[in-house]
Design a protein around this ligand. Structure first.
Ligand code: ATP
Ligand code: MG
Length: 253
């Protein structure tokens, strides 16, 4: 079976700062893969490498068997053209801590936008799917609201619907609930739980250890640009093997 994501010895530096120091991991199709670690350990950077928002300096990243951002000829790599990178990115949905909705568009228009602009989809088709997706995230009644008229949790659910509108095969979540008031976190996690039940492959950077334990199939603890420990969430969370993992968990649990 082809891994949905495969990282082999991935290194990333910003100037002299060596941020990712050889990441190896595999995410199976339909897996919910949680990524935890201290601030600055490289979690967001790693997610950004997966859809080639950042170039890697060494190693290989594959999504669904395809090399991300490059074409290999013999043992040399050639960077893909922007249009080819854009084509790869279409299959990967990304949800950020800050929701980044288009402020001048309603919730419905936000969800319709990419399929129309990127895929050239007919408005009626895009609208029908957007209505379905807003229903799925529990926001049918907010379709005509602008982002400023929505709570943070509602905006984040629109952002998830917007990512799903492109029918991605992989969803990347970068701390999707950490900017939310505590009482709004649950609704967003419920939507993510529903996606997991429907078999979506997801990489989730999160501090929600409850979500990781209940929904996650795998958990990786990253520190200082390396994978320190990985395994089933229950094992890693209840029986961490490394001191660095223990010390991190003692602060967040
Ligand atoms: N574009 C950039 N230029 C220079 N340095 C960067 C850039 N992006 C990230 N970094 C640095 O890389 C390191 C890892 O950052 P990253 O955002 O991946 O951490 P993180 O694990 O997501 O942290 P947090 O939990 O705070 O979100 C940090 O030291 C950061 O300052
Ligand atoms: Mg981050």
């Amino acid at each position: 079976m082809t891994a949905m994501v495969k990282a082999e010895g991935v290194h990333k530096s910003f100037g002299a700062a060596h941020i990712l120091k050889g990441i190896d991991l595999e995410v199976a199709p339909r897996e919910v893969f949680c990524l935890i670690g201290p601030s600055g350990s490289g979690k967001s950077t790693f997610l950004r490498c997966i859809n080639h928002l950042e170039q890697i300096n060494a190693g290989r990243l594959y999504v669904d068997g395809d090399l991300v951002g490059y074409r290999q000829k013999g043992d040399r790599l050639f960077e893909l053209k922007d249009s080819e990178v854009a084509l790869q990115r279409r299959d990967i949905g990304m949800v950020f801590q800050r929701f980044n909705l288009f402020p001048h568009m309603t919730a419905l228009e936000n969800v319709m936008e990419a399929p129309i602009q990127v895929k050239g989809e007919a408005r009626a088709v895009a609208r029908a799917r957007a209505e379905q997706l807003l229903d799925r995230v529990g926001l049918s009644d907010k379709a005509r609201n602008y982002p400023s008229q929505l709570s943070g949790g509602q905006q984040q659910r629109v952002a998830i619907a917007r990512a799903l509108a492109m029918e991605p095969k992989l969803m990347l979540f970068d701390e999707p609930t950490s900017a939310l008031d505590p009482e709004l976190v649950g609704d967003v996690l419920d939507v993510m739980r529903g996606l997991a039940e429907d078999g979506m492959t997801m990489i989730v950077v999160t501090h929600e250890m409850g979500f990781a334990r209940e929904v996650g199939d795998a958990l990786v603890f990253m520190d200082d640009g390396v994978v320190v420990e990985s395994g089933h969430p229950r094992d890693v969370l209840t029986n961490p093997q490394h001191d660095r993992t223990k010390s991190f968990l003692s602060k967040v649990l």
